[in-house]
Design a protein around this ligand. Structure first.
Ligand SMILES: [Zn+2]
Length: 292
């Protein structure tokens, strides 16, 4: 009987511990962060859009915010006349205009130039080396990235899947000075450990941090997401013009586009408030996927 009690107690302790690990919140609420360096890593122009409200808040509160995207987004279109080069330029313009809406300057935007849809097949060591170099240069305190999964592997679509692992694998490599050592011995950089993570696009039950973006940050997010005209309007099928913005669309199309963008921002709610949900993790990169 005593053994049974011990097992029950132990099991309960494990459940409580697992629950508390899953519910780990930032010690200081995200809305009060300041003086931090933040880096978001994604695959495509607009992958950062689900965090625009939080990034807007962080920037306004005196944090340095960078966005690094690995591909140019040069493939996602159904326009039969579109070319990769033209689309890459369009996506860069849209991304920069979006970042401008949330106060992030062009010099804080990095694009590694890989082809959209092909990140899975890019040389993994080369991409990791380039990411590590940026981590060691920028020295982020907090990394925003696709959630690779927590106690399981999440099946994200191809580039997102690769981006989730690359972002985390590079974070792990960055802390060890004997990995990509030339960056240290020749380029004058230092090994850098990132200890805080904000993962997006994970499963809902793993989210533990919701940032209230209601008000001006939601409004800026709406302005920012509305810059991605080539992805969410009729321009997806027929991009007719240059540097298109919402006002360039035909009235009916513009209405439908803005409605969709508004819903993306304001309908993502918790307790009636516009939020962005994340899985926050603090610790060494090795523990990012451990459910223990
Ligand atoms: Zn994407």
């Amino acid at each position: 009987m005593e053994n049974v009690n011990k097992i029950v107690t132990l099991t309960l302790l494990m459940v409580v511990f697992a629950a508390s690990a899953a519910l780990a919140q930032p010690e200081t609420p995200v809305s009060e962060w300041s003086g931090k360096t933040i880096l978001l890593v994604g695959a495509h122009p607009d992958d950062d859009s689900r965090s625009y409200g939080t990034l807007s808040m962080l920037r306004e509160n005196g944090n340095e915010v960078y966005v690094l995207l690995m591909t140019t987004g040069n493939v996602g279109t159904k326009d039969p006349d579109m070319t990769r080069d033209r689309l890459a330029k369009i996506r860069r313009g849209e991304e920069l205009r979006a970042l401008n809406e949330i106060g992030i300057p062009e010099e804080n935007y990095i694009n590694l130039g890989y082809t959209d849809g092909m990140l899975e097949f890019a040389d993994k060591e080369e991409v990791a080396r380039r990411l590590v170099k940026w981590y060691r240069k920028i020295k982020p305190d907090v990394l925003f990235a696709f959630d690779p999964g927590y106690g399981y592997q999440k099946w994200l679509k191809t580039d997102h899947r690769r981006a989730s692992y690359l972002a985390v694998d590079a974070a792990r490599a960055s802390e060890w000075r004997l990995i990509f050592p030339a960056q240290i011995t020749q380029d004058g950089l230092e090994a850098h450990l990132i200890e805080e993570y904000m993962f997006f696009s994970g499963v809902e039950e793993d989210q533990n941090t919701w940032v209230d973006i209601s008000g001006k940050h939601a409004d800026r997010k709406f302005e920012a997401v509305s810059m991605h005209v080539s992805q969410f309007s009729s321009a997806w099928n027929d991009y007719n013009g240059t540097d298109l913005e919402a006002e360039d669309l035909e009235p009916e199309d513009r209405k439908a586009f803005l409605k969709k963008m508004r819903s993306r921002v304001y309908d993502n709610q918790k307790d009636g408030t516009a939020v962005e949900g994340f899985r926050y993790y603090k610790g060494i990169p090795d523990g990012i996927g451990h459910r223990d």
